[in-house]
Design a protein around this ligand. Structure first.
Ligand SMILES: Nc1ncnc2c1ncn2[C@@H]1O[C@H](COP(=O)(O)OP(=O)(O)O)[C@@H](O)[C@H]1O
Ligand SMILES: [Mg+2]
Length: 311
């Protein structure tokens, strides 16, 4: 659906994106993740032909972004950062106007507007002036605008920016539902955002792509250490010797002990989950056990690990 090759965008003296290449397949929900100023919005503006590139190529649905802009625009619904809207238009009137701009006429423009308002739960505010709407509703009007002509690809630049947690949840649910019908490229600087919605994450930092993988794989890469914490009661030397006797165990470190309880960190050899063996061992040895858990990494850890900075 999207193919970007060696794309570079330079502003006077400043390189916003530097030689990036990526693909997005039909049906994917791809999340651009990176801190402010990383270079997320720049390719998102280039794809719908709002911005030229300094170098490189880009295509959408097989059409060249720089040569076939009309065909490309037909296929993209773009929701820019900070959704620009006409405050003195009513919601329905605005969406119909947008549908007409996108080439829909008469009844089909009306029908498309109705459907977009249904999808984005806007019917109850359809007669309201856009200027009077809450940020959450404005964001949904922006989404309805992006999808009114049923484009194959939705490009949504920080769609949950500035929303309260409730509104974020609603917009996130909506994006997930939209993903059933559209290919989506979405950007955010909030990790949990992509962890929950995206099928693939592209980490961008300082104008470069640092990683591209599923959220699960990014997290798993970090879990290769997968330390397990165990707290059991018993004779210390005996416990340590038994644990070190397990073939999957690389190292055993005892932490503080409270009375007879022994807190232990166990490092497995590779990315194996040894909790089941540990439980079996404790049962076999009759060690009372009061804690057994494995460190779970988050996408935040992945991000810090890959870029060395927090998003
Ligand atoms: N019109 C512009 N003129 C000069 N520099 C810009 C312009 N737009 C963006 N930049 C710079 O390019 C870099 C990347 O910007 P952007 O793609 O908007 O990042 P993000 O969306 O991740 O915050 C930033 O350092 C930003 O300051
Ligand atoms: Mg941005």
């Amino acid at each position: 659906m999207i193919s970007v090759r060696n794309l570079t965008k330079r502003y006077a003296g400043h390189t916003a994106v530097n030689d990036i290449s990526f693909e997005v397949d039909r049906g994917e929900i791809v999340g651009f993740l990176g801190p402010n100023g990383a270079g997320k919005s720049t390719p998102m503006r280039i794809l719908p032909c709002f911005l030229s590139a300094t170098k490189g190529t880009a295509s959408v649905g097989g059409f060249d972004v720089f040569k076939d802009s009309i065909e490309v625009r037909k296929r993209i619904g773009y929701m820019p950062e900070n959704v620009p809207l006409y405050d003195d238009m009513r919601v329905k009137e605005y969406l119909q106007f947008r549908a007409q701009l996108k080439g829909l006429r008469g009844r089909s423009a009306k029908r498309a507007t109705g459907e977009a308002m249904d999808i984005c739960s806007l019917q109850e505010v359809r007669r309201k002036m856009i200027g009077t709407l809450s940020k959450g509703y404005r964001q949904r009007v922006g989404l309805a605008d992006a999808l009114v002509n049923k484009p194959d690809l939705l490009i949504l630049d920080e769609p949950t920016n500035g929303l309260d947690p409730n509104q974020i949840r609603q917009v996130r649910e909506l994006i997930k539902r939209l993903g059933e019908r559209h290919t989506i490229l979405i950007s955010t600087h909030i990790l949990s955002e992509v962890e929950m919605t995206a099928t693939r994450v592209i980490i961008i930092d300082q104008g470069k792509i640092k990683a591209s993988d599923t959220p699960q794989n990014l997290i798993q890469r970090l879990q290769s250490s997968g330390t397990v914490h165990l707290e059991v009661k018993g004779q210390k030397d005996n416990i340590i010797a038994s644990l070190e006797g397990l073939s999957e165990v690389k190292s055993v470190t005892t932490k503080n002990s409270q009375q007879d309880w022994l807190a232990i960190d166990i490092q497995p050899h590779s990315n194996v989950d040894i909790r089941e063996q540990l439980f079996a061992l404790a049962r076999e040895q009759n060690w009372p056990l009061r804690e057994l858990y494995r460190d779970t990494a988050s996408l935040e850890d992945a991000f810090v690990n890959i870029t060395g900075t927090k998003p």
